[in-house]
Write a protein that binds this ligand. Sequence first.
Ligand code: AMP
Length: 220
Amino acid sequence: MYIIFLGVPGAGKGTQATEVAEKLKLVYIATGDLFRQAIGGETELGMRVKSYVEAGKLVPDEITIKMVLDRLSAPDAGRGAILDGFPRSIKQAEALDEALGKESKAIDKVILIKVSEEELLKRLGGRWTCPSCQTLYHEVSSPPKVWGKCDRCGARLYQRRDDAPQIVKRRLRVYFAQTAALIDYYEKQGKLIEVDGKGEVAEVSERITQALTQGEFVAR
Ligand code: AMP
């Protein structure tokens, strides 16, 4: 069972994809997380991708495809996987189809989480993180009691580098220029399911579960 989560950065893909992975007991593979871990660990891969990730640009296809296919060939991904943040270009999608096809496997469904651009700028642009205890805040929806300070541990909050407003705008541009083409790609394959991403996490999650169960897919 292979399910892809598509949607603009900030659509809530990560949160929703993690939940579905838990429900279906499948591994969760998020390319953004893998890249950030590599950068944090200062590995060779991390060094190669750091400048792209921090600037909000796509990491070159060759590097990304290799990383994902290696991860998919690990034993824990033998039953399938939930993919978040991959593919992000047609080339990546084709490489994935080809690699799965060689093993007589295929992508089953693609969930597209839809959120308006206005909402996204609000969500991503206002996100602040505690460097010490990792608590997340939002300028509008969940601000700290004292501006710039973590309620829990008092540390000074920071913005993920690629959450800075100008980088967020670029990440959205990159999405519309390169990743949005995947909507068509998977629609033509009859695999696309569109889900409204507005509202509480639980509401969106319920919509996704319903969409997946409607097509006898989960019961298989
Ligand atoms: P994300 O956490 O999914 O927003 O990803 C953070 C950053 O990692 C992106 O802005 C890109 O720089 C890089 N990245 C993640 N997934 C991919 C991908 N499939 N192809 C190229 N770059 C990626």
